[in-house]
Design a protein around this ligand. Structure first.
Ligand SMILES: Cc1cc2nc3c(=O)[nH]c(=O)nc-3n(C[C@H](O)[C@H](O)[C@H](O)COP(=O)(O)OP(=O)(O)OC[C@H]3O[C@@H](n4cnc5c(N)ncnc54)[C@H](O)[C@@H]3O)c2cc1C
Length: 449
């Protein structure tokens, strides 16, 4: 019996599945169906000790392995054909320290489950726009969020981590290791537990403003003009806005996720009136609520599994030239409910310091996301073709407005230029990686130096 089989036989508390197991298909399934790989074995550790033993056995025997959290990598990179998947989803605890405003969260916690647990303490933390995403996988690579102007990005929340390193040792990350984890992801270890900042917030004003489908182009242009003007005049940090175009029950609509992150609901209502005046509103679900309930609503707007891919391009600002391209291509998006177009924005009023982190895109910018996704293989080609021509048109716009980086989780590995992504932080990352994982044991982490 090989060492891995012996270890699994002796540790019956660790569940695992191979291709003959009844739950294999379910366990390996991920958000993007056509990128889902077929690992040799899916192993579900339950503790740091389990992972430590696993990493030691796998590396000593040259068995390739990947780390999987929420399975939302758009290119399916958390699993590799014929490699072992270390599936973190059973390490999903949340321990809250209300007094210190921190929480210790398991490396496999799903963002929505974290938000629900924090709600019991009337606390919140920044989270992805769709909270079916794995929390750690989101936070360690950057972490765009509707709460960035108030609290910072996902990477900025990480204040500690328990890690299994390249030697299989369990360690508390020191400042050097934390610097790499904050933006370099799993490049130097498996994050068993992250210690993160949390914030008291019992109520928010939040929901979706769905503009009327007729005149989509005019609605997008008008909204954007007003948005840019209001931004120049000064937005409060409590206001988070995510613009996207979806195929909803009313047709193809500009939909705006509105999150007023303060219990001063009266002030929030003023901003809601302002934002709602930027176009003809067809329907609004914005109401006093909690962050967890708001996220349940936003998750219902996004499918749980899709065929497709993503194009994500960071620009300094949404110029009239970009708006023209969007207004030409977005209305042509195929009519499936899964296809989406959206804009993440890091505003100039967000906390921008990258001290103690290698995440380098700290100037104000937008990430334009084209999501050619569909529920059926039959419509995949046409959907992909739409996304490609939209992306090509964006690439032809003024190069000086492009940021010299890409957002790693939303960019295929072949297009990643890590020197461009990390800029002045590249050498720091390279040096720490060379010290902590000289033999590149974590060869399937998203960040490869
Ligand atoms: C529907 C959807 C919505 C999204 N929304 C946002 C958003 O609002 N903001 C944003 O910034 N991004 C967003 N993303 C991108 C998402 O944050 C990243 O793809 C993220 O890496 C997914 O994490 P995961 O754990 O779900 O995925 P997985 O595929 O399980 O993991 C991705 C990678 O993360 C690493 N990883 C995960 N957990 C660990 C761990 N415990 N230790 C070490 N490495 C680990 C591994 O290298 C793995 O390959 C979204 C993606 C989707 C599909």
């Amino acid at each position: 019996m090989d060492l891995l089989s012996k270890f699994l036989a002796e540790n019956s508390h660790i569940r695992f599945a191979d291709s003959d197991s009844p739950d294999f298909a379910d366990l390996r399934s991920a958000f993007v169906i056509n990128a889902t790989k077929k690992p040799s074995l899916i192993i579900r550790p339950r503790s740091a000790e389990d992972i430590s033993s696993l990493v030691s056995i796998l590396t000593a025997n040259d068995i390739p392995f990947t780390i999987r959290g929420g399975g939302h990598d758009m290119f399916g990179r958390s699993q590799v054909d014929d490699a072992v998947t270390i599936d973190m989803r059973e390490i999903c605890h949340v321990h809250v320290d209300q007094a210190l405003q921190t929480a210790r969260v398991g490396g496999g916690i799903i963002s929505m489950n974290l938000l629900k647990e924090l709600e019991k303490y009337q606390m919140v933390t920044p989270h992805p726009v769709t909270s079916t995403v794995g929390y750690v996988g989101w936070a360690i690579h950057g972490g765009y969020t509707l709460l960035s102007t108030k609290y910072g990005l996902g990477v900025d929340q990480i204040v500690g981590a328990t890690v299994v390193d390249a030697n299989g040792n369990i360690c508390e990350a020191d400042e050097k290791m934390l610097t790499v984890i904050r933006g370099g992801g799993g490049a130097v270890g498996v994050i068993v537990e992250a210690k993160i900042k949390i914030y008291p917030l019992d109520q928010v004003l939040a929901g979706a403003i769905i503009f009327q489908p007729s005149g989509l182009v005019t609605a997008f242009r008008d909204f954007n003009t007003n948005f840019q003007q209001a931004k120049q005049d000064g937005f409060p940090p409590e206001l988070g806005i995510y613009r996207f175009i979806m195929n909803g029950p009313m047709g193809k609509t500009l939909t705006v996720l509105f999150l007023w992150a303060s219990s001063d609901i009266e002030e929030g209502q003023k901003w809601l009136s302002t934002v709602s005046s930027w176009g003809p509103v067809g329907m609004s679900t914005v109401t006093p609520t909690t962050v967890a309930v708001f996220n349940e609503m936003t998750n219902s707007l996004v499918p749980s599994k899709v065929y497709g891919t993503i194009h994500a391009l960071p620009f300094r600002t949404l110029t009239p030239e970009l708006v023209d391209v969007i207004c030409k291509h977005a209305p042509l998006q195929p009519n499936h409910p899964e296809v989406l177009f959206g804009i993440h924005e890091l505003r100039a009023d967000a906390p921008m310091s990258s001290k103690g982190s290698v995440f380098n895109a700290r100037q104000a910018h937008v990430v334009i996301q084209i999501m050619p996704m569909t529920g059926s293989l039959e419509t995949l080609d046409e959907t992909i073709a739409w996304g490609q021509s939209f992306n090509d048109a964006l690439l032809e716009t003024d190069a000086a407005n492009r940021l010299p980086c890409s957002y790693i989780p939303l960019t295929p590995t072949k297009d990643l230029d890590f020197k461009g992504v990390y800029g002045g932080k590249y050498e720091t990352l390279r040096e720490i990686k060379a010290k902590l994982d000289p033999d590149n044991k974590f060869e399937y982490a998203l960040v490869q130096i």
